[in-house]
Design a protein around this ligand. Structure first.
Ligand SMILES: [Zn+2]
Length: 286
């Protein structure tokens, strides 16, 4: 292996920051043991206070990081967004993303506010937990705002680590047909349907894939019928892949997020693109 983690700087496009009581509930959910549920029993490595989490990213050479979170019920998205706004005020290197709940009566108002007044970069949607379809007409006006303001939609729409009726390639394509030019980041490279999501990159120039939890040495998303994209594929799409980690909700050391990629021993330019330059370009960072 030619390079090590500290040979590069990073923009981590898949970090989560929640108000602390919500974080605590999420960590308890991940660590819960339930034999029905394949993701149960993860031991979260970094259950720390917000400032400690931010310092840890800095120590890992992360220059900018997103603040993904999401609402799981009515009337809390606005509160979470206000919390994120405060978080951004205290942490200049955060790239704030908002949350939305499709049944909130004031959703247009609070999304307009986070875009126009707070300058958030976009919104994060998590259909696996939020349990609504991406192509839900209650969301159309929100999507119109995203497009009109040149913002981003970050979405966990893949079937890993488990699936429900709201995720998967088919649901994503239903949505993409209506919004083919939207700026979108698909989490986890679309796992487990990697190949189908990679193929979409050719037709949708504003579509990006993040690497969160893929290429981890111990492979937290098991390779079932599908294999993770090969290094040659990564090289061909090196302008469309963004480094992400899912920090701090990870059951392993942060550096494992880059280790599997570095093990491929690809050219320095490739790593600079996916670790830093692509995100810098799409978010207009200086
Ligand atoms: Zn995540």
């Amino acid at each position: 292996m030619t390079f090590s983690h500290y040979d590069f700087e990073y923009i981590d496009v898949h970090c989560h920051f929640f108000p602390s009581q919500i974080f605590k509930a999420i960590w308890e959910f991940f660590e819960r043991r339930d034999d029905e549920d394949k993701i149960s029993g993860w031991q979260i490595t970094y259950k720390l206070a917000t400032n400690e989490l931010v310092n840890l990213l800095k120590e890992k050479n992360v220059k900018f990081y997103t603040s993904y979170n999401y609402a799981h019920k009515k009337n809390i998205a606005d509160y979470i967004n206000e919390w994120t706004y405060e978080f951004k005020k205290n942490h200049a290197n955060a790239l704030p993303f908002g949350s939305v709940w499709p049944d909130d009566n004031d959703r247009i108002e609070y999304i307009t506010k986070i875009f126009d007044e707070y300058n958030f970069f976009g919104i994060k949607i998590q259909p696996l937990v939020q349990k609504f379809h991406l192509d839900d007409k209650r969301m159309y006006k929100i999507y119109d705002l995203i497009i009109d303001r040149g913002k981003w939609l970050a979405v966990h729409i893949g079937t890993a680590p488990y699936r429900n009726e709201y995720v998967g390639y088919k649901n994503f394509v239903n949505f993409l047909t209506r919004y083919p030019n939207m700026n979108i980041i698909v989490a986890h490279m679309g796992a487990f349907e990697y190949k189908k999501f990679i193929n979409l990159l050719d037709q949708h120039e504003n579509l990006y894939l993040d690497t969160a939890m893929i290429y981890i040495p111990n492979n937290i998303f098991p390779e079932r019928e599908t294999k993770r994209p090969k290094p040659e594929t990564l090289l061909s799409y090196q302008d469309r892949i963004l480094f992400g980690s899912d920090f701090p909700n990870i059951p392993y050391e942060y550096k494992n997020s880059t280790k599997g990629l570095l093990n491929f021993d690809l050219p320095r330019k490739f790593y600079e693109n996916i670790f830093y330059h692509n995100a810098k370009r799409i978010f207009n960072l200086s």
